[in-house]
Structures are given as structure tokens and as C-alpha cells.
Write a protein that binds this ligand. Sequence first.
Ligand code: GLY
Ligand code: MN
Ligand code: MN
Length: 433
Amino acid sequence: MNADPYIRRRELLAQKIEKGVAIVPTAPERTRNRDAHYPYRYDSYFYHLTGFTEPEAVLVVIAGDKPKHILFCREKNAEREIWDGFRYGPDVARERFGFDQAHSINRMDALMPDLLADQPALFCHLGADGAWDARVLGWVNAVRERVRTGVSAPRDIADVRTLLDDMRLIKDEHELATMRRACEISAGAHIRAMRAARPGVGEHQIEAELLHEFRRHGSQAPAYTSIVAGGANACVLHYVANDATVKGGDLLLIDAGCELDGYASDITRTFPVNGRFSGAQKAVYELVLAAQAAAMVQVKPGAKWNEPHDAAVKTLAQGMLDLKLLTGNLDEVLEKESYRQFYMHRTGHWLGLDVHDAGDYKRDGQWRTLAPGMVLTVEPGCYIRPAPNVPAEFHHIGVRIEDDVVVTAAGYEVLTAAAPKAIQDIEALMAAR
Ligand code: GLY
Ligand code: MN
Ligand code: MN
């Protein structure tokens, strides 16, 4: 465990706060039924600042003349550790994770009012959990009750996430190294899926190949529910049933990415189940690939968030006209947004600890400007449901191609390049199965 990146981030948060205190809790455990829990996932904001993955933990950062990083966590407990496994306990956690102080979570209510006393501002995580909000305000009120002793309670209460969203948007080298590895594992899983696909295989069996590849390389979990969508299922944008059998002659759309040490990867590949694209499939696929290339070249420092999307839409709209999926001219199609019959989502999102990561897309009404260290997906698609204006050969073709890119000083770097996407590369890989 190298605590340095986390210490640096806490120091940066303290600089942004200037004077005051931040309280950031991790996520609660959630019951699935009776005494069984969902697999535990820590809170992304908390983890970004601590690297600490146990439940029942709270970070306090005190900014100002006497800065302090404090962790509240579970105590050592020989009995519970027999049942549930190792827990650090405050002493070891303080040392390993680079805190100035660490205390038992059981002492939090007793100690927190003292930590808040005489702090001008409190930055916290309000609005996500009513019980947590009440507890935080209880600590503030406990300080207010002592004003006659000469202490003052925080006068300003602000959302710490506003500060943290901006920090999370720009990935540091430590984060990029993890994301590169997550993307590499996911690319390998897509290759494995291409090798495993053949007519008659169940979508769930392909999903199992993906999960196997994620886990055997150390990924703790998928970053989101995998989409394994054969044929017409590819036109259901959030298809996650994955319970149909794939057919020769159909395309298979897979949107799947692993989470590694907290960081998401997010890849979509679309390929023919039998290993050869038909004429109509090839036409739609080449169009989406061209749209992705057009979007990708817009990814560079100084570009606005919407520029990759607008470039993808323009390419797709022209292609839809060329394929006679739409009528009219390009200006009309863009003006009336008639392309939305076949392309109804946006071309990407921020990527990081969350698959749809923290960070605004607009600031003061203006699209955000791209800067080095931002990581985003570029994921155009084309989903053709039967309709009177659609030639039959295109019915049920759904294609999305999604890569993860980091903005660099020179433009962009594709983190997911190891997953094949050129038609000849996919066909060659599948022919060699
Ligand atoms: N897999 C989620 C997304 O592509 O946005
Ligand atoms: Mn995505
Ligand atoms: Mn995706």
C-alpha cells in the first residue's frame, strides 16, 4: 500500500477548503436479504482520498494552520475477524494509510463536536442519506450548545462533492496506471468473447467468459452489468437479461468492462457471431467506426465537451442518408434531429472510479473544456429497429463501438486499443479460432 497519492489528494482538498473541515463517509453495507449482503463497494469519494476499503469508516480533513487527516474506522475484533476476516483497526490503519490520527468509529459521536468547534466552514456530503445528514447536523448542534463556553460552530455548510468532483475529473499518474491495466484486462475479455462466440451459444455463456477473464486478472467486480446482446437485442440500449441464444448471421454487441482497484473500464465491441460481416452489417459497422474516428480526433485540450459528440452525429447523419435510412439533406437531418431514430444517446461520459464518473459536463451554461488527464468514453452507435422507412436488410442491426480515452497534451491516448475493432482484425481473429 502506497499512501502517497491519497495523502497528496487530501492535501489538495485541504488547500481548496483553505479554512474549515471536511467529513467524507464511506458507503454503508447493504442487505440483500435476511443476513446476506450485496458485495461491498466503498464510496468513490472516500476511496479517492484514503485508499481504505473497509466499511464503517469516515474521513475528516482539517484545513488551515494546523492541518490534520483523521480516520474513524472499525476496531480490531478477534471474534468478528474469525467470521469476516481481517480488519486494520485504527492503529495500523493510521500508519499504513498515512493519517495523523485514527480512532474507533465507536468514538465518532463523542469526538466529532470537538473537531468541529471553532471551524468556520463544514464541507460534507449532505442529501445522499437522511440518517447521515441528521447525524452530521447533530454534531453541529452539539457545538452550538456550547457557544456560551466561547466556542463557535461552523457558519457555512457546503457540499464537499463540488470540490471533489473537480479533483476526480483530472486523473493523476497513479489513477491512469490503474485505468490502463483495467482497460487492458477488459480488452482481453472482449477478445476472449470473440473467440467463444459461435451460433447456438447462450449470451450468458459469453458473459461468463467475460467475468472469468476479469476475475482471473484480479479485477474485483464488473464496473457495471455486462450487456451481451445478440441480434435484435443489440437495439435495446440497456439489455442486461443476457438469456438468449446467439444465432449465426446475427451481430453480437458486448458492452462490458471490469473494475480494478476501484477504477472502471467501459468497452463495447460488436462482431458477427459466425465471424464474417454481411454486406448490410459491414455498411452500418463501417459507418459507426467512421463516426468514432471523427469524434476521437476532436478529443484534445481546449476542445469543448460536445465537439466529439457533434462530430459523431454529423458523420452518422450523413451515413444514414447514404444508406437510405433517412431522406432529405444533412442540414435538415441535423436540424430536425431525425438521426435520433437510430442514434438516441450521447457519444460519451467521464470515466474513473464510477463508470459514469464524477464531474460536470457544463459550467455556467457552457460545455466543459477538455484538459490533459480527463478520461472519457467515445461510443457512437446505430440501432435500427424495423420501421416503414427502413430497408429490410438493415432490420435489427445494432452496432456500438466504445473506447476509453485519456486527454493528453498532444491530443488523446486510447486506453482500450488492445480490443480489435477493424473489420479485418475481427474477422482474422475469429477465423483463427
Ligand atoms: N456501459 C455503460 C455505458 O457505456 O455508458
Ligand atoms: Mn460508456
Ligand atoms: Mn459501455
